[in-house]
Design a protein around this ligand. Sequence first.
Ligand code: NAP
Length: 325
Amino acid sequence: MYDVIIAGAGTAGLTAAIYVQRAGKKALVLDGAGYGGQIINTPEVENYPGIPKIGGFEFATGLLEQAKALGAVVDFEEVLGIESVEGKEGTAPKEQTDAAQENPADKIVRTATHCYRTHAVILATGLTRRKLGLPGEDQLLGKGLSYCATCDGAFYRKKTVAVNGGGNTAVEDAVFLAGLCEKVYLIHRRDRFRADEAEVRKLQGLSNVELVFNSTVSGWRTGENGKLCSVQVTDRLTGEHQELPVSGLFVAIGQVPAGRNFDDVVAADENGYILAGEDCRTSAPGIFAAGDCRTKKIRQLVTAASDGAVAGMAACSYADLFTRN
Ligand code: NAP
């Protein structure tokens, strides 16, 4: 029996575990994809208060070790379902009312191999990279197509690659790859970046980065070995196509909610984000949502950590209702 079960071992989930353990309660963190969430693939973090510069891997590993040292249990199993002990799956109330708070119900959290009973659940399942949606995209993965420059960049040392996107991830990826590769095309569908000015400034002076603005990736060609040899880009203003000879394409066009959003137990919006405000309360009593998977305006490392603290403490208050009743 755990007081709080947390789905997701990213920044929000592990921060929640720290707060639950420090409140004297028992936390179990479950994540089928390993630990660290998205930050583990970020080359450098420069905007976390109090830490001027840190690698994403180092940050995530430190967080994992901190949560475990405080007694949190972390298991690499995916949460497949959540059921209310007193109700049936899919019948959780859609309003988190005070009456529901007074009559709390335990939950069963299911994985492929276990059924865990808990007082409260925190969903911190994060986001995953958006795909281009082009035919053959899945087949090209590992053969020139990647969604993670930090993970796969080293395979393209001294080669020519393209990055697609205009946000912080794409610009950071382009800067990172410029240090490894002979040439980097940065393809963006507009002529202005969405990325922070501080990130965009890092592109200046990089003579091996060529900006391809107002353009989208519309296709690609592969060689006899099935590996990528060029990408086709289409100018959105003129409709003209051009072919860029590249052996790698790094897609960084934003994110979508990762895996399950548990919409059989909590309400989600039309894009799959779990409906929850700054208090991290969802439509289901005793189920909280923290970090990038919930509806919010600003998705940053620091707001994920903040959500972890809020959700962790709210889950502990909910768990306290069981000892009072
Ligand atoms: P993002 O900020 O949502 O940017 C996605 C980019 O991809 C945008 O430039 C967008 O174009 C473009 N795009 C979206 N759909 C597209 C499509 N179908 N085809 C072509 N282009 C498309 O995503 P992100 O860069 O992954 O960042 C996600 C969040 O993490 C953001 O909040 C970001 O600030 C944060 N982040 C922060 C850091 C940091 O602070 N160091 C690092 C990485 C990420 P438009 O601009 O035209 O919409």
